[in-house]
Every structure is written in C-alpha cells, then in structure tokens.
Design a protein around this ligand. Structure first.
Ligand SMILES: Nc1ncnc2c1ncn2[C@@H]1O[C@H](COP(=O)(O)OP(=O)(O)OP(=O)(O)O)[C@@H](O)[C@H]1O
Length: 254
C-alpha cells in the first residue's frame, strides 16, 4: 500500500493526482497527505516529476485528474486570491521583475493580502532581517547574488506566512548557514510544509516523512531514517551511500 489512507485532519491532501505534459504522464496517480504542522519531503532523482507535482499545488500546471485539498476543502473551490492565502510557494527560477528591490518583492506579496501599512511594515522588517537582507532592502534585485535572490524570495514567503508552505528546492544557491537558518525558521513556525529536496541530509534533519518519486510515481514513503536505507540509495539514486545518524557517508556512484 503506497498511498496514505483517507487523510482525515490533513492540512494538505493530494489524491490520485496525474499530470500530463505534452501528452506524457509526468505525474501518475500520486497520493499524499501532510498533517497540520508537519514537514514532508518529496525526494527522487532528476526528472522524477517532483516539480511538476508541486506546480499543480500553486496552480502553475493543471492536473489531468485527481484531487487537491487543503483543510478539507478542494483547491478548485477557492478563488486564486483565497488559495494564495492558504498556500504559498517558493519556486525554482522565479522570474525577476526588472528594477524591483527586495523591499518591493516582499511588499508585493503582502499587499495582495490586504494588510494595513503598519502590519506590512512590521512583516517586511522582520522577514528581511531573518534572511539577512536588511542592508540591501533598497538596492536593485538584479544586482543580488544567486543566494541573496533566493533569500529575497524566501523573505516574501516568510512575510506572507501562509498556512501551507510549498518549497521547491528551498536551499538552492544558499550557503550552509542560510540553509539551516531558513529551514529552522520554517520549522519554528510550525506550518504545514511540502518540499522537494535533493539534499538527503536536510531531508533527514527536517522531514517528518518523505516520499520517493520515480518516473512520475510515488514508489515508497516513510520516516526518513527508515526510507533512506543503503539499498534504497543504491536502487533509486545509484550511489553507494549510507546514513550514520544524520550524516551521509558516501562511497561513490554505482
Ligand atoms: N514544460 C515541459 N515540457 C516538456 N517536458 C517537461 C516540462 N516540464 C517538465 N517536463 C518533463 O517532465 C519530467 C519531470 O520533470 P520535473 O521537473 O517535474 O522533474 P523533477 O523531479 O522536479 O526533476 P529535477 O530533480 O531535475 O528538478 C521530466 O522528464 C521533464 O523533462
């Protein structure tokens, strides 16, 4: 039984989701449920379908079939504005809007929430402080480094603080300090999180549960310490590697 049973009380529930891209089934019959306040990780090799699955959650891609629910209510019964209040995403290769500053990028997200000026300012200052961009708040974002830009988009999400965080490779471009600072911050907030990760040590450190995707299907799921066995890493990641506690001992590719 690869699927979770009926997800009563789940904050985010995906049932039998399939997505086709150019006529090819890129996600096939995927089901998962994330209980409120848990962090779940979507793992798997390149091209497995992880990003495509996440894209359906923030409505960048339409599923061919299946259901997506948050807090028991179907995604399609929400307007786009309502859904954005429930679920926010940090995406790979977010487009950079020319000429905007980190302050603008964070404020754009907050203004869509209809908050007052005082609350917008409070959240802006807090989020830029967490991501370490206070000093660069007013410089053009096209002069930020890759990691600084990622932190800027992280600040936008943290400022909006939706109930469900969808994170596609959240540590892309981040140095080790900020990988830990920002994932610690997400965990501290106790929100419901579904994230794609290639860094298995981060999956081990932060995820309550992980799903392994392979060729569009979720082929296994479980607690990271159980799922990320030497056999699994050999079969699905084609590496000889083994976790010892939370550190990964890598011999090499096979
Ligand atoms: N716009 C697109 N047009 C054609 N094929 C696509 C498109 N987007 C994704 N695909 C294909 O769908 C499959 C899954 O891609 P996806 O980006 O979801 O994988 P992934 O698991 O996130 O991979 P990675 O770990 O490399 O980011 C790949 O074979 C990819 O080539």
């Amino acid at each position: 039984m690869l699927h979770d049973p009926v997800c009563r009380d789940a904050a985010l529930c995906i049932r039998n989701l399939s997505v086709s891209v150019e006529g090819r089934g890129v996600v096939q019959d995927a089901s998962l449920c994330v209980p409120k306040g848990e962090i779940h990780g979507l793992l798997g090799p390149n091209g497995a379908g992880k990003t495509t699955l996440l894209r359906t959650l923030y409505r960048a891609t339409r599923p061919a079939s299946g259901r997506i629910e948050a807090f028991g209510r179907e995604m399609d019964s929400h307007s786009h504005v309502e859904w954005a209040q429930v679920l926010g995403a940090l995406v790979q290769s977010a487009g950079l809007l020319a000429g905007l500053t980190p302050r603008d990028i964070v404020e754009i997200g907050l203004e869509a929430k209809g908050l007052g000026r005082g609350e917008i300012r409070r959240r802006l200052v807090e989020a830029l402080g967490i991501v370490g961009l206070t000093d660069k708040a007013d410089q053009s974002a096209d002069r930020l480094s890759g990691g600084e830009l990622q932190r800027c988009y992280f600040a936008q999400l943290l400022a909006c603080d939706p109930q469900v965080y969808v994170l596609d490779e959240p540590t892309n471009h981040l140095d080790l300090h900020y990988q830990l600072v920002l994932l610690d911050e997400v965990r501290r907030r106790g929100r419901t999180v579904l994230m794609c990760l290639h860094d298995l040590t981060l999956a081990m450190r932060y995820c309550h549960k992980v799903y392994l995707m392979q060729s569009g299907r979720i082929v296994a799921s479980g607690a990271p310490a159980t799922l990320l066995s030497r056999d699994m890493l050999m079969t699905h990641y084609r590496v000889d590697a083994q976790f010892r506690g939370t550190s990964l001992d890598v011999t090499g590719p096979v």
